[in-house]
Design a protein around this ligand. Structure first.
Ligand code: ATP
Length: 457
């Protein structure tokens, strides 16, 4: 049976706060339920996750274009999509302590009692998860708009705009990342389920009849994306939805699940949505959203395959999977083995000490390296301590400047994962770091008097 990465959520929550990855929203006022703020390192990590996705899904493909639609949309969008009618969870409330729960979370409890105080629960009623707000200076039903609960609808309503302006032919996709909001009844597990979160969604438009093949293609492609970025395959699985679980529009659906500390849970959903979305929006907007197929000379309504991922859940999975505790030379070392593409800081420049003779060269190296990679300079406390600090935030490489560097203009590069060290001339430092960040083994030495130094401990 698969085992989790072994780290519990508390360790990740505490590391996130201590090192500036993720903070509770509005903490000085006691916090706001299930909303989170990304700190200096978290914001880099999150941007890197989105950039890795964008690169793989848009920039490296000929059959995909990007979009950035607004969060507020015409309210009819949500009538056509079914969200006004159907985007609801069954809610029960405790008659004594008034805590609220999702009825389907309590389906295993037989006695219909409140899990918190044991009080009697109300009958379930449907609770719509969309946040409502008002547009313009008047409040009232006519001015109601919703904060989007998913980014997908912005893509569907722009299908014709994108088709006409980009001259794409089927099959092609539109990709988007952005905020979504859901007034979830029960939240928790840190950033796993929050009320404000970010999604990375693709709507891939295909000819009917080719949809099953494209569906297969996409759930495999998306599974591989997580593996390529360093998640242990043993911690990932694909789970097909049962017929009773499928959303009303879906012909088929697979979840990519990650083995979180609380058990297997959804990281991303890949759905075959048939022609539901374009047909609904065509009906409600009275616009023709069909596609002219030049091969058959017919107008068709494309089918849609949707890989829909959560940015925050991905960040959490990458953090959990990267977290390792190990003992090196009888000392505990915490290391985040993040893929270099995701690591918030790529290189740390560390003078051996604060000795003023070292500073000019250290600053020179820092100035050079930071132009190529996100780099941190640190000269406080012992070198061992500084290595550990960089390990804990996942910095793949540390560059150390010592007294010998002043004579031979060579510096040491130390690898976070293997602790191996090499010594390289300054003129090849940037090229060497670029090669190592791209995965070249430490044993491969650059030309020009470089030297294999073995291991750091
Ligand atoms: P769940 O069953 O966990 O509520 P869902 O099936 O409703 O999720 P989708 O509507 O398929 O989720 O949304 C696509 C993705 O968006 C999810 O796989 C998840 O990564 C992310 N997501 C959805 N709801 C939340 C949330 N409340 N907080 C954080 N991420 C979310």
């Amino acid at each position: 049976m698969a085992q989790t990465s072994g780290v519990d959520m508390e360790k990740i929550v505490s590391l996130s706060k201590r090192r500036g990855f993720i903070f509770q929203s509005s903490e000085i006022y006691g916090g706001l339920g299930s909303c989170w703020d990304y700190g200096p390192l978290g914001v880099e990590l999150k941007r890197n996750v989105k950039e890795a996705w964008w690169k793989a899904m848009v920039q490296e493909r000929d059959d995909m274009v990007g979009l950035d639609a607004s969060i507020l949309m015409h309210p009819q969008t949500w009538v056509a999509s079914g969200h006004v009618q159907q985007f609801a969870d069954p809610l029960v409330e405790c008659k004594s302590c008034h805590l609220r729960f999702r009825a389907d979370d309590l389906k295993d409890s037989k006695d219909n009692k409140c899990p918190s105080c044991g009080g009697q629960l109300t009958d379930p009623r449907m609770f719509n998860l969309m946040f409502k707000t008002f547009m313009g200076p008047v409040e009232g039903e006519a001015a109601v708009v919703y904060l989007r609960p998913e980014t997908a609808q912005g893509i569907f309503v722009n299908f014709e705009n994108v088709l006409n302006s980009s001259r794409k032919k089927l099959p092609f996709g539109i990709a988007q990342t952005g905020k979504a909001f859901r007034n979830e009844i029960t939240t928790g597990n840190f950033i796993f389920r929050s009320r404000e979160f970010e999604q990375m969604e693709v709507e891939f438009f295909v000819k009917p009849g080719t949809d099953k093949d494209w569906f297969q293609y996409w759930f495999q492609e998306r599974f591989n994306w997580y593996v390529k970025l360093g998640i242990d395959q043993e911690h990932l699985r694909l789970r097909q939805h049962g017929k009773d679980e499928l959303a009303h529009y879906a012909l088929d659906c697979y979840d990519i699940e990650y083995l979180f500390p609380m058990g297997w849970s959804e990281l991303e959903g890949i759905a075959n949505r048939g022609n539901f979305d374009l047909a609904q929006h065509a009906k409600y907007s009275r616009k023709d959203l069909s596609y002219f197929d030049e091969e058959t000379q017919e107008r068709i309504t494309p089918y849609i395959i949707e890989p829909s991922a959560g940015v925050d859940r991905s960040v959490l999975a990458f953090l959990l999977d990267a977290y390792h505790e190990e003992v090196v030379e009888k000392e505990k070392r915490v290391v985040l083995r993040l893929h270099p593409a995701l690591a918030p800081i790529k290189v740390a420049v560390l003078p051996l000490s604060r000795n003023e003779k070292l500073l000019p060269l250290a600053k020179e190296v820092y100035g050079e390296v930071r132009r190529a990679f996100v780099t941190q300079y640190d000269d406080s406390q012992s070198i061992g301590r500084r290595y550990r600090r960089q390990d804990e935030i996942g910095t793949p490489f540390c560059v150390t400047i010592d007294f010998q560097s002043l004579d031979d203009r060579q510096v040491t590069i130390r690898d976070r994962d293997s602790l191996k060290q090499i010594r390289v001339p300054l003129e090849v430092l940037k090229a060497t770091l670029a090669a190592k960040l791209a995965g070249e083994p430490m044993e491969v030495l650059p030309p020009g008097g470089s030297q294999w130094l073995g291991f750091d401990s």
